[in-house]
Structures are given as C-alpha cells and as structure tokens.
Design a protein around this ligand. Structure first.
Ligand code: PAF
Length: 282
C-alpha cells in the first residue's frame, strides 16, 4: 500500500489516476481509525476507482494544547487496518510544517453564522483550523467525492459551505454515525476513556434517544431542562452544552416550527476526554 508524506508524491500518483479519467474518493481523517472511519472508506471504495485517505492530526484546529498532545497517533495500526479493506488505498500522512509550507496557521472564514454556534462557541478558532486544512487537502487531492461522518454534523455543514464559498469542484457526502454496541458514538477520543467511562458514556446516547422519543410531546425548553437535570448529578459525565437546533441553520431552536428538521446536539466531558454526539429528531 502507498503511504505518502509529500504533496508532490501524492499528486504524481493521482495525476496518473486522473489521466485515465477515474473517479477519486477521499476520506480525510486525523487517524486513530475506528469502525466509523472504516465505514467511510468502504463507501469510498464501492463508489470510486481510486481512494485516498489522509491521516493528519491538524494542529490548527485544536484550541487546547493538551488535547493536541494527547490526541492518539497510531499510524502503523491505521495503515494495517486500511490494508484489511484494500491494498490499493493511497494513504497521505504529511508532516505539519511541510504540509503547511512552513506556516502552520489557519485562515479566517465566515460561514454565514454556522461557525458561531455550538462547537464554534465552545472551541474558539476550531472551524477556521478545520476549514483551512480541509480546503488545503481538497485542493491537494482534487477528489471527485469526499466523505465525512455525521458525528461532526456542524463540521459537515461547514465543509459543504466551504466548498461552495471557495468553488471547490467536489461532492461532499455525509455518512451516518457508527456506534458501539452500547450506543456510544465511535470516536478516536474513545481510546482515551477508561473501561468504566466507556460504559458510563452510553448515558449520552440514552439521553439523546429519550429526547427523540419525547420530541413530539414536550416543548424544546422542557426537553432542554430535562437533559440538564439528568446530567446534574452524574458522577462521571459533565455536560458542556445541549441544544436542539434547526439542522440547516444550526441556530438554537426555542420552539418547534412545521416542516423544519431539528437535531439534538450535545458535548460532554468524561474526565479529561471531551465527547460530542447528535441525533436527528424528526
Ligand atoms: O473530522 C476530522 O477528523 C477532522 O476534523 C478533519 C476533517 C480530518 C480535518 O482535520
């Protein structure tokens, strides 16, 4: 399997691929691959002739130095996992300085307000970092289709807006959240949870499921109150935010309106590990 670190090497291989007018599927990741990532790669493999997976822990999207330092880095294992799917996958795993041409810095973006909600409020500068690296990766790879998980639903909406703003000719495909048998959304950060925290974190999924079940019967303020009170006395999990928002605008909803898709979004701390999740409500 090809594991490349330089843009020039990648572009050389891809130019052969493009000469034969093949479609290129792209799955950007930060590594520590799990079944959620693999579901994106499998989809890319079934829909494209050529598949690129990037593995790059992007420093500019971390607003917390410890989080960046502790982010799991498991390249060897990731490559081995990808090889179980296909040894034709092209892995792009650049070094930060080289990839950023020496200036590891993010650009400033505006996404019509999407960037100011939820994760945008709680992780200052995060989406500038994500958009900067995703824009660079898309321009380097030049894929036909790029695949992103719905676990980072706000990120997915922002990336759709990014390609529109920057006129990047690529189709962005969102793929469903993959969960552990106990409901916990798969995330590279789960690797940092203890066995007990992993068990307790199922509470996040149970809460979202309860909100979905009660969505038709209770008002949005009542549902929000219910979630806040459920977490108040939890000994393992601290709620950072819970919001029910319009799925398109990501603006917090105060009351339900007809023909509007709503989604519940949550961020929770399990010790030092920050977990996010979301669920469509209607
Ligand atoms: O979702 C992620 O893993 C990252 O935010 C992404 C899209 C690979 C950009 O670094």
């Amino acid at each position: 399997m090809n594991v490349l670190t330089l843009k020039s090497e990648l572009q050389k291989i891809l130019s052969d691929c493009k000469k034969n007018t093949k479609t290129i599927g792209f799955v950007p990741t930060m590594g520590a691959l799990h079944k959620g990532h693999l579901s994106l790669v499998k989809r890319a493999l079934t829909q494209n002739d050529c598949v690129v997976v990037s593995i790059f822990v992007n420093p500019t999207q971390f607003n917390n130095a410890t989080d960046l330092e502790k982010y799991p880095r498991t390249l060897k294992n990731d490559v081995a996992l990808l090889a179980t799917l296909s040894n034709k996958i092209i892995v792009f795993a650049p070094e930060a300085k080289a990839f950023y041409d020496g200036m590891v810095k993010s650009k400033k973006y505006r996404f019509g307000g999407l960037e100011n909600e939820m994760e945008g409020k709680h992780r200052k500068g995060h989406f500038n970092g994500v958009a900067t690296v995703v824009s660079m990766l898309l321009k380097t790879v030049g894929p036909t289709v790029a695949y992103f998980g719905e676990k980072d639903f706000q990120q997915l909406q922002i990336i759709k807006k990014l390609v529109e703003i920057e006129n990047i000719p690529v189709q962005i495909v969102g793929c469903p959240i993959v969960r552990e048998p106990n409901g916990l959304a798969m995330s590279s950060r789960n690797k940092r949870l203890t066995e007990k925290q992993r068990e307790e974190a199922t509470f996040i999924y149970q809460t979202l499921t309860e909100v979905k079940e009660k969505f038709n019967d209770l008002s949005i303020p009542k549902l929000t109150k219910l979630v806040v009170s459920r977490f108040k006395n939890h000994s393992f999990l601290q709620l950072e935010y819970f919001e029910i928002a319009n799925e398109k605008t990501l603006k917090t909803a105060k009351r339900k309106q007809k023909n509007t898709p709503y989604r519940a979004f949550i961020a929770v701390h399990a010790g030092a590990v920050r977990l996010i999740d979301n669920m469509a409500l209607n």
